[in-house]
Design a protein around this ligand. Structure first.
Ligand code: AMP
Length: 292
């Protein structure tokens, strides 16, 4: 017989508030994992990470309209609530907050949260609307859920940096933790959007991750960053992806370009990429540690 506690599904801010009050009365530290649903093992790993830092973990499931441009996949984004709740419950998640848009964006709403600078580079150059939508929704979710700690995936590395910056700038009392990227056997980073890929595209997408790994190990072994990026661009194109939006090596904390063309000892850097596989846009990144 399962000893698993049933997950509480909270559909309104009022239900959430009651849950929150009960947790506080019981002196529970609250961990939060925001998601857009269509959950996979990457999301589950965030719940597990949150459990290391909190007594009660709550996930949110909300497909946020403001982070999609009009030509993007908001309507077709996979919505799989029943299986999402099963996965969260199996992971030991205490509650799921599943609000509707009106709860987060009241009628006539005129308030925006935007992190300047970081939101307009890399991903922001190709999806200018995106990070504004992310900081708008995450700031609102933080106010609704009022967690002690929140966990985000390093899979969306720039997003993680922007959330950290937002929390610092606004003095929000929430600790932000970044959790490692969970990958498929061939190295492809798990993503809810991978289900858009055809069988052939899925095979090619594995080589996208391989090209990034190859560039990372070449840079870590002291090769020219520029030459390694050029090779990665060729490898990604050969794998059948295109257009390639960027392959970039940046300071891992500031996302600023590096000054040197080789990775210096002690430099904390990151290689980041985005490219299209057919109609699906894939992103990935890896840490780089200077060894010399
Ligand atoms: P999403 O539902 O795609 O908005 O993602 C919700 C959270 O899951 C974000 O913090 C993502 O960075 C994280 N996430 C998505 N894919 C992965 C993955 N493969 N490994 C770890 N975390 C992930």
């Amino acid at each position: 017989m399962s000893t698993q506690n049933k997950i509480q599904v909270l559909r309104t801010p009022e239900e959430l508030r009651r849950w929150h009050t009960a947790q506080r009365r019981a002196d529970k530290r609250i961990g939060f994992v925001p998601t857009m649903g269509a959950l996979h093992d990457g999301h589950v790993s965030l719940v597990k990470e949150a459990q290391k830092h909190a007594d009660s973990v709550i996930a949110s499931i909300f497909v946020n309209p403001t982070q999609f441009a009009p030509n993007e996949d908001f309507d077709s984004y996979p919505r799989t609530l029943d299986s999402d709740l099963e996965k969260l419950e199996a992971a030991g998640c205490c509650a799921a907050y599943c609000p509707v848009a009106r709860d987060l964006y009241p009628e006539g709403d005129a308030t925006k949260v935007y992190v300047e600078g970081l939101s307009s580079i890399l991903e922001g150059e190709h999806r200018p609307h995106f990070f504004g939508g992310v900081t708008n929704i995450v700031s609102r979710l933080f106010i609704h859920v009022a967690p002690d700690v929140a966990v985000f995936g390093q899979k969306d590395y720039q997003q993680l940096m922007i959330i950290k910056r937002m929390v610092k700038d606004l003095g929000m009392a929430v600790e932000i933790i970044g959790a490692p990227t969970i990958r498929e056997k061939d190295g492809l980073a798990m993503s809810s959007r991978n289900q858009y890929l055809s069988a052939d595209e899925r095979t090619k997408a594995g080589n996208f991750a391989g090209a990034l790994r190859k560039a990372a190990s070449s840079i870590e072994s002291g090769e020219s960053i520029k030459a390694s990026i050029d090779q990665a661009l060729k490898d990604i194109a050969t794998a059948g992806l295109g257009p390639i939006n960027y392959v970039a090596v940046r300071n891992a904390d500031t996302l600023a370009p590096l000054e040197s063309d080789t990775l210096e000892k002690g430099t904390n850097a990151r290689i980041l990429t985005a490219a299209w596989m057919g109609k699906t846009r894939l992103i990935d990144n890896l840490p780089l540690a200077g060894k010399k």
